[in-house]
Design a protein around this ligand. Structure first.
Ligand SMILES: Cc1cc2nc3c(=O)[nH]c(=O)nc-3n(C[C@H](O)[C@H](O)[C@H](O)COP(=O)(O)OP(=O)(O)OC[C@H]3O[C@@H](n4cnc5c(N)ncnc54)[C@H](O)[C@@H]3O)c2cc1C
Length: 402
């Protein structure tokens, strides 16, 4: 590599320009911080499945997340491509008992919104650029060093190595975070032995603005409405079944899907390209270090069972924005130990609540938990029949519990 050149200085350097890096960069720049994003991929490459959250997966954005994006001036541009979710139907294959959630009952116009992540990418990138973010891509993180005045980040642009000096470094480089790895902290992982098959499908009789989650012995099948007859499918499959399912013809795939999902929407009539995503939860024990915050999927990559991943990340962004803005106003060092500790403490209660819920939902209804189906069905029926319980659950899922 060439010698370091083009040294720059900013307030915050963010490694990773996925959904979290892009949104954080935009909100910080709006507050007057000088921000640089280092993104390994150029935008078209981000459309490759598995490379980043901008890979075309459908994202269910909960109402709480939508409100945050609206407050940050991002919702208006995203709204045009969003499909509202007004109802959610949850059931269990091979057992009675179902739970229904309804926007009217919760006093909101929608429980959530479905967004195509590939369509989100240009909107968020443009918003970040319009706010004055210095967006570098392709720019891959190499290393960082902390000193008394800040942190120096080295990154690779093609053959050249460059440096940026910042008061704070944010690792938003996804589940396999190189920054987190360089730190050497503990990471908790759980391999569910499941792989998600993602595809767009069409059904015979769509139920407008209704999302479905059907728990099966292998894992959940989720259908998110995309408008008209179209749904985004996340079919969580036992990993040793995936190769066989991918090898099926479209007609065979649709027939198998119908057999697992049932006839609630009539027949499945069309399927687009299928892609896969191995499901593994990783959570970082440590989310701060001197002059460093680990954010988004780099801090917690959760099972997509209840579509909570990005929603949790948006609450990370809200908390970090609050701490940094307050420190800046009070003339304190935004990368100082006090700010790092305050941010970590502010996120702990949300993580303590969210991680176990995702784990229970991911495993609880599969055969991995040896409870008779009858009882699992009863659990769903109880959720449906007890309005206070249902309300608490749905408000937690909407991200409206604080
Ligand atoms: C199948 C599936 C379905 C999901 N559905 C939902 C849902 O319905 N609702 C929901 O809220 N969440 C959902 N999620 C979770 C959501 O996709 C993630 O929470 C979100 O993508 C996290 O964004 P991120 O920016 O933290 O990480 P990522 O999206 O992984 O982005 C990380 C970025 O960092 C870049 N990068 C990586 N390494 C480097 C490096 N060394 N140098 C520079 N840049 C680097 C990458 O190129 C990438 O752009 C789902 C996840 C999956 C897998």
């Amino acid at each position: 590599m060439n010698n370091p050149m083009d040294d720059s200085a900013v307030d915050v350097a963010i490694v990773g320009g996925g959904p979290v890096g892009a949104i954080l960069a935009h909100v910080l720049a709006r507050e007057g911080f000088a921000v640089m994003v280092l993104e390994r991929e150029t935008p078209p490459a981000q459309a490759v499945v598995g490379v980043s959250g901008f890979d075309g997966r459908a994202i269910a954005l909960a109402e709480g997340g939508r409100r945050l994006l609206a407050g940050w001036g991002l919702w208006e541009a995203l709204q045009a491509q969003a499909e509202p979710i007004e109802r959610i139907h949850v059931n269990l294959r091979g057992a009675l008992g179902a739970a229904h959630f309804n926007a009217d009952e919760e006093g909101v116009s929608a429980l959530g919104q479905v967004l195509d992540s590939a369509q989100m990418a240009p909107v968020l990138l443009q918003a970040a650029r319009d706010s004055g973010v210095d967006w570098r891509a392709p720019a891959a993180y190499v290393a960082h060093e902390v000193d008394a005045s800040g942190v120096t980040v080295r990154y690779a642009c093609g053959d050249a190595e460059q440096r940026v000096h910042a008061r704070l470094l944010v690792a938003a480089d996804g589940a396999g975070s190189a920054v987190r790895t360089a730190l050497g902290g503990e990471v908790q992982g759980r391999d569910y032995g499941q792989t998600a098959i993602l595809a767009r499908v069409e059904v015979e009789h769509a139920a407008a603005r209704t999302a479905f989650e059907r728990f099966t012995e292998e894992g959940p099948i989720a259908l998110l409405p995309m408008g008209g007859q179209r749904y985004s499918l996340v079919w969580v499959t036992a990993t040793d079944e995936v190769a066989a399912r991918l090898a099926l013809s479209d007609a065979e795939f649709l027939a198998q899907l119908g057999a697992r999902f049932g006839m609630r929407l009539g027949r499945f009539v069309a399927v687009g390209a299928r892609s896969i995503y191995a499901l593994r939860t990783t959570t970082s024990e440590q989310i701060t270090a001197p002059r460093l915050v680990i954010l988004g999927n780099a801090a917690h990559a959760l099972h997509p069972v209840a579509g909570q991943g990005l929603n949790l990340c948006l609450r990370d962004i809200r908390a970090l924005l609050g701490e940094l803005s307050q420190a800046q106003q009070e003339g304190r060092d935004i990368g100082g130990a006090e700010v790092m500790a305050a941010y970590a403490a502010s996120r702990a209660p949300d993580y303590a609540k969210s991680y176990p819920v995702m784990d229970v939902l991911a495993r609880g209804f599969t055969d991995a938990v040896p409870v008779p189906k009858l009882f699992k069905g009863l659990a769903l029926a109880a959720l449906d029949a007890l309005p206070p319980l249902r309300k608490r659950f749905v408000r937690q899922m909407m991200g409206l519990n604080g």
